[in-house]
Design a protein around this ligand. Structure first.
Ligand SMILES: [Zn+2]
Length: 187
């Protein structure tokens, strides 16, 4: 995926015309450029890859990073969905920096997505890179396409999860993870 800023600018200009706006009026004049620049920023999140994913030590207990704020766009309406991701893994020697986990969430969030696939992609990427004994990803999100349009249900939260390895095989591990992500929960 590479960004073509001039295509984005043309498209946004056409879109504004399409909804009956004057793309030359003051507030909108620079909007195509701003949107293109915004996607350039999103692209920088998406570029994170395994080469920057170095090992930092050894540890074999569960690692949980809870309450990672994420922002994504539903691919059906291009409206935001956003919320919290909780990511855990059980290392098999290989451990990465905690900030890397946040970067992996961002990598797959900043693109047109569906929450189910986003959850799976994060889990599969961590599986591939860390070869851990198991990965667990739970995502809770509010979808603006459900809040602003359609059923107009702004308070419903969509929860998705993907568990692999020990989190699937061992009920105790799974419960430990669920307890850790639910403790001190702020509502
Ligand atoms: Zn949608």
């Amino acid at each position: 995926m590479a960004i073509d800023k001039s295509k984005i600018e043309q498209a946004i200009r056409l879109f504004l015309e399409g909804i009956g706006e004057d793309p030359n009026r003051e507030g909108l004049r620079d909007t195509p450029k701003r949107v293109a620049k915004m996607w350039e920023e999103f692209e920088s999140f998406r570029e994170f890859d395994m080469t920057t994913f170095e090992e930092i030590g050894t540890y074999d207990e569960m690692v949980v990073v809870r309450d990672i704020k994420f922002f994504s766009l539903c691919e059906h309406h291009l409206l935001p969905f956003f919320g919290k991701a909780h990511v855990a893994y059980i290392p098999d020697k290989k451990v990465c920096g905690l900030s890397k986990i946040v970067r992996v969430v961002n990598k797959f969030s900043y693109r047109p997505q569906v929450q189910e696939r986003l959850t799976i992609e994060i889990a599969e990427f961590l599986e591939k890179e860390l070869k851990p004994k198991g990965v667990a990803v739970v995502m809770e999100a509010v979808h603006l396409c459900m809040a602003m349009r359609g059923v107009r249900n702004p308070d419903s939260v969509t929860v998705t999860s993907k568990l692999t390895g020990k989190f699937l095989e061992c009920q105790k591990t799974k419960e430990e993870f669920l307890n850790l992500i639910n403790s001190h929960k702020k509502l």
